[in-house]
Design a protein around this ligand. Structure first.
Ligand code: AHR
Length: 673
């Protein structure tokens, strides 16, 4: 990479040099001296404030969520108990039974048959002589914070003539109790029992222990433990620190639930949104498709759907993001089974899409709108977009897409449909998609690319000459990879983030055609990931944004409403001398955001030349992120190693001189007075 780039830099440097200076013999004598002193600087970057171009959509920078890397169960969804309903293929997964062996075990799992939504529950029999225990080890441990409260709950039915109590304890990794509560279930009717525990110490690898004391028999199910302090203190809520990181980005949209998870390895295991709503105890468990995908096997990875479509819409509302749901199009993952539904049997799949629109937007007395209202949200969620399929390719996709499009637009003509272009941003599948899509009415098409940093640097001009006749572009998944995708060596280095920052100048410059973009994937548990790189990493207690997170955040928090032309000698800056640039303005507030990325390994002096009749405030606010250590990372131990720094520069007139540090991304903020 470094070799390719330094060649690129020197070629560009020379071209820029020729553009800047008329070559004469006298000057040639100066040439070696100039290079020797590193003086190839002094570039003038023109920002044409008075000639705004395309509108930037409020949706421009957003989030892509997929339940991969423990992103939902074990991550954003704050439930701390794994296999809470004993519905994993082995009901004992996640549970330990200290002191019990096969011969004296008093625990059984009653299987009511697959036709029941809730197939299994647990039964504990007590003979009065011993106090059996069961321990849940959480999602690679249970995170507990000193003095924080945890809400335990369980559904139970106690046999007649039984007398018993449940001692509930949170433990540290050495099984020492950190908090205790007692629950006393009674009566044969199934009821929910609750207790709140306070943790006496912080522990990343905690456990939950239940000790059954007394005599008789108890049936129980949905054993749950949540921090009381969830996002907005909601029960069945989300992890507050993770949502905060998302909210801080002020995302324009939130794509959900994926990713390949939409497709399923086979059709039976596809994501079905109707299984993710209603009471959590009735939501049907699904195997997570990342359970045995890739080399990092995760056999305990399932989808409880506790974070389902209702919680998703609520989250979008909370953080002000436009919901972008994606539905299965009657095709399973083509990399895996390539199963398809025959065209004549596609109706139930299409109906699912129509019903989702009604669930989100229908009146509270419509069939699906009523379910939403009963869950607590009578007002519609105002969903405007729907994605059909994830990374499908070939004619088999377009045959199905057409049927979805016809049905959706007939019922909801206002809906903006998103089609896919397959898993790659070029090549035969992509070409077929480009050709076929001209026949339909997709408002946006979804492009995905995971590539090396140099690809991102070289493709910052990808959209400059793009087809603008038919649809808009949703860059639904992208990330720069330092090494082989999904491998442990593939890290969220500063080099990757810097290349993404440079590439994003091209997205912003072309905001007339690219109206949405999201980095992917979003979240990863440090002990349970399947994919690298990822935007935000977390363990059971802490979370941090990668350098890529801060780049995304700098763009989305300085979005603006219109693109401003930026040029160097009349050309957009797409890597000349290692510089990339774009600019936007918020027409309402008069704020101007100039993004400049210096990918070169040396400092540069630039002069920002503002073409405008307006006057500007006397301070330029600078937000910058960078380091010459291209391998630099953020980690759980050092989460702020590469983070943005702020400074102010005095400014008067229409020219701003800035010294750009090497390998650094700048957002220069100016304001029209
Ligand atoms: O982001 C990880 C995976 O990459 C997504 O599930 C899929 O859409 C893409 O191939």
């Amino acid at each position: 990479m470094k070799n390719i780039r330094s060649n690129l830099f020197s070629a560009n440097r020379f071209k820029a040099f020729l553009r800047h200076f008329s070559l004469n013999i006298g000057f040639l004598f100066l040439l070696p001296a100039l290079f020797f002193t590193g003086f190839v600087n002094g570039q003038t970057i023109k920002v044409d404030v008075d000639h705004p171009q395309a509108k930037i959509q409020p949706t421009m920078w957003g989030l892509f969520f997929e339940d991969i890397n423990f992103a939902a169960d074990g991550g954003l969804y704050a439930e701390l108990i794994k296999n809470r309903s004993f519905e994993f293929p082995n009901p004992k997964t996640g549970w330990e039974f200290p002191g019990q062996n096969f011969f004296n075990s008093s625990i059984l799992f009653v299987n009511r048959g697959a036709e029941n939504e809730n197939v299994r529950f647990a039964r504990m029999k007590l003979d009065g002589t011993s106090s059996p225990q069961m321990v849940n080890t959480g999602f690679r441990g249970i995170g507990l914070k000193e003095r924080e409260q945890y809400r335990f709950s369980v559904w139970a039915s106690v046999a007649t003539d039984s007398e018993m109590q449940l001692k509930i304890e949170v433990l540290d990794s050495n099984d020492q109790p950190l908090g205790v509560a007692i629950v006393e279930p009674e009566g044969t009717d199934w009821q929910k029992y609750e207790a709140v525990l306070t943790a006496g110490k912080t522990e990343a690898k905690g456990k939950l222990r239940i000790t059954f004391e007394g005599k008789g028999s108890i049936d129980f199910d949905v054993v749950s433990l949540f921090p009381v302090n969830t996002w907005k203190n909601r029960e069945n809520g989300l992890r507050a620190d993770l949502v905060q990181l998302l909210a801080d980005m002020k995302p324009g949209f939130f794509r959900f639930p994926g990713g390949c998870i939409v497709e399923g390895r086979d059709l039976e295991k596809r994501y079905q949104w109707k299984q993710t709503i209603g009471n959590i105890e009735d939501r049907k468990l699904n195997i997570n498709r990342w359970n045995d995908e890739n080399t990092r096997l995760t056999p305990d990875y399932f989808q409880s759907y506790g974070l389902g479509f209702y919680e998703y819409f609520l989250l979008c509302e909370d953080i002000g993001a436009e919901p972008i749901p994606v539905v299965n199009c009657g095709m399973a993952c083509q990399f895996n089974t390539a199963e398809v539904v025959p065209l004549e049997d596609l109706d139930p799949y299409i109906q699912d899409a129509l019903d989702l629109i009604e669930f989100a937007n229908g009146p509270a007395d419509s069939k699906w709108g009523k379910i939403r209202a009963d869950m607590g949200h009578p007002e519609p969620f105002g969903m405007e977009y729907i994605g059909i399929g994830n990374e499908q390719w070939g004619m088999q996709y377009f045959e199905r897409y057409e049927l979805f499009e016809n049905a959706i637009l007939e019922r909801s003509p206002e809906m903006k449909i998103i089609s896919t272009t397959g898993p790659m941003a070029s090549g035969p599948f992509f070409d077929v998609a480009e050709r076929e899509l001209k026949k339909y009415h997709a408002a946006l098409v979804d492009e995905h690319y995971y590539n090396r940093p140099e690809w991102f640097l070289q493709n910052a001009n990808r959209y400059d000459d793009y087809n603008r006749d038919t649809y808009k572009i949703f860059v639904g998944e992208y990330a720069a990879a330092s090494k082989q995708m999904a491998s442990p060596e593939n890290k969220n280095t500063w080099e990757c983030a810097l290349a993404e920052a440079a590439f994003m100048t091209g997205l912003e410059r072309n905001a007339d055609v690219v109206t949405m973009a999201s980095y992917a994937p979003l979240l990863a548990h440090v002990d349970a990931w399947q994919w690298t790189p990822d935007l935000i990493w977390f363990d059971n207690l802490k979370s941090y944004g990668t350098p890529s997170y801060y780049v995304q955040k700098m763009y989305s928090t300085s979005k603006g409403t219109v693109v401003l032309p930026v040029s160097d000698m009349g050309e957009p800056l797409t890597g000349q001398d290692g510089l990339y640039a774009s600019a936007s303005m918020d027409e309402e507030s008069g704020e101007i955001f100039v993004k400049v990325v210096n990918t070169a390994p040396s400092e540069k002096n630039i002069s920002l030349d503002l073409n405008s009749k307006s006057k500007f405030s006397e301070t330029a606010k600078i937000e910058k992120i960078g380091t010459t250590d291209l391998e630099a990372l953020n980690t759980i131990e050092n989460p702020v190693n590469v983070t943005p720094k702020q400074e102010n520069l005095p400014f008067s007139g229409k020219k701003l001189e800035v010294t750009l540090q090497a390998n650094t991304f700048y957002v220069i903020k100016l304001k029209i007075n």
